[in-house]
Design a protein around this ligand. Structure first.
Ligand SMILES: Cc1ncc(COP(=O)(O)O)c(C=O)c1O
Length: 395
């Protein structure tokens, strides 16, 4: 593949080295715990050499995992390498432990995925690491929050549930000046829509469970590191014993090959549906980064190459019962948490329960939608009937 290949070409070609594929198209599943050596001398010599892309012990991976990790690295211009984890949350944990030590402070965006918050206030606190939550719209104002113990800033853009878009370049510029590590949960955009390492982020995190896998049947996470942060990330991940099964890595690679086309469909359908929802009287506001009604929309327009399929809708009034009437009767939307697959989903979300720094000021209840690969006209018809049920429940 040429150095200037575009992202849509990279997802197809990346990570498929001939020495790993053996001449077939995709790297096959290499299952291993034990690696055999030719002699005692060979075994001794292997212990001292770099195991990157070399068989050593099952936990260090085989070509199946290396192939997916390399492909993800190749989507992030300027990145050094990628480590894979058995879930997105495991990836977040390894990334944080690679940059934080007891006595340090983490600045964590208030709109972060809730289990990320719990990790900070639970596990990290037990290890003597404190967390300060910050407003997702803080931008360069992050400088005012940095204290003597601040060592890392974790961003998630757009935010979970409420989709505020953060000013990543402004935060990265401040962090660089102060020698603070920057981490980004880039699951919503993927490197195709936001090449984070190229924007100066040190550790770019994906819940591969979502768009990389794309079929709602594998849990996986990844962290792609800038050269300055790779060795610490890799060592921390080895010490935590992290490894993904080769079968899951193979499914991850299979999903990745179609990620660019899937994202284009998710984007077009989600935008169409989001715009239609804006015209409905039952909808107070649509929180979709590509629409001006979303906080940080201008930042999205400046920094992102597109949008994906997940957004929230603020309903015009009503409570739990009316919201449930909308969701429960949907035919094509499943009710489930993990998004990024080929199928549409709808869930009630209550961001007020999680926020501590900046309570969101929405009047009505929220529904989060994942727009899948179904025909958008069918999805619109399903949602229209749902909004009618919602209006009827309001009385
Ligand atoms: C933004 C975001 N980050 C991380 C995760 C965690 O990923 P996983 O479910 O693979 O642990 C999720 C899961 O929903 C998510 O939405």
């Amino acid at each position: 593949m040429k150095d200037d290949a575009r992202p849509g070409t990279r997802v197809v070609a990346a990570g498929r080295r001939r020495e790993w594929t053996g001449g077939v198209v995709s790297t096959p599943v290499w299952r291993a715990s034990t690696i055999l050596y030719d002699s005692v001398a060979d075994l001794r010599e292997s212990a001292g050499r770099d195991t990157h892309h070399r068989l050593f012990y099952g936990r260090r991976g085989t070509p199946t995992q290396w192939s997916l990790a390399d492909a993800l690295t190749e989507l992030e211009p300027g990145a050094e390498a990628t480590f894979l984890y058995p879930s997105g949350v495991a990836a977040i944990a390894a990334a944080l432990f690679s940059v934080l030590s007891p006595g340090d402070e983490l600045l964590l965006v208030d709109s972060a995925y809730d289990p990320t918050r719990s990790m900070a206030t639970g596990l990290l606190r037990r290890f003597g690491i404190t967390t300060r939550f910050y407003d997702p719209m803080v931008g360069a104002g992050i400088a005012g929050l940095i204290g003597p113990a601040t060592r890392a800033i974790l961003m998630e853009s757009p935010g979970s549930l409420t989709f505020e878009v953060q000013d990543i370049p402004a935060i990265v510029a401040v962090a660089r000046e102060r020698g603070i590590a920057t981490l980004l949960d880039n699951t919503w955009a993927t490197p195709l829509l936001l090449p984070a390492i190229g924007m100066g982020v040190d550790l770019s995190i994906l819940a591969c469970t979502k768009y990389v896998v794309g079929h709602s049947d594998v849990m996986m996470g990844s962290v792609t590191a800038a050269p300055s942060h790779w060795n610490r990330l890799r060592q921390t991940s080895f010490e935590l014993g992290q490894v993904v099964s080769p079968d899951d890595a193979w499914l991850g690679s299979r999903g990745l090959r179609t990620m660019a086309v899937r994202l284009r469909h998710h984007e077009a359908s989600a935008l169409r549906i989001a715009r239609w929802l804006q015209t409905r009287p039952e909808v107070a506001r649509v929180l979709h980064p590509a629409l001006p009604s979303c906080p940080g929309h201008e930042t999205w327009a400046r920094d992102f190459n597109g949008s994906s399929g997940l957004f929230s809708v603020v309903l015009a009034g009503g409570g739990e019962a009316a919201r449930a009437a909308l969701i429960d009767g949907l035919d094509l939307f499943g009710i489930g948490y993990s998004w990024g697959g080929f199928e549409s989903l709808a869930i009630p979300v209550d961001p007020h329960r999680h926020r501590t720094a900046t309570p969101p000021d929405f009047a009505g209840p929220l529904v989060r939608l994942q727009i899948g690969l179904e025909d958008p006209d069918d999805l619109i018809a399903d949602l229209a009937a749902g909004l009618d049920r919602f209006a009827a429940a309001l009385g």
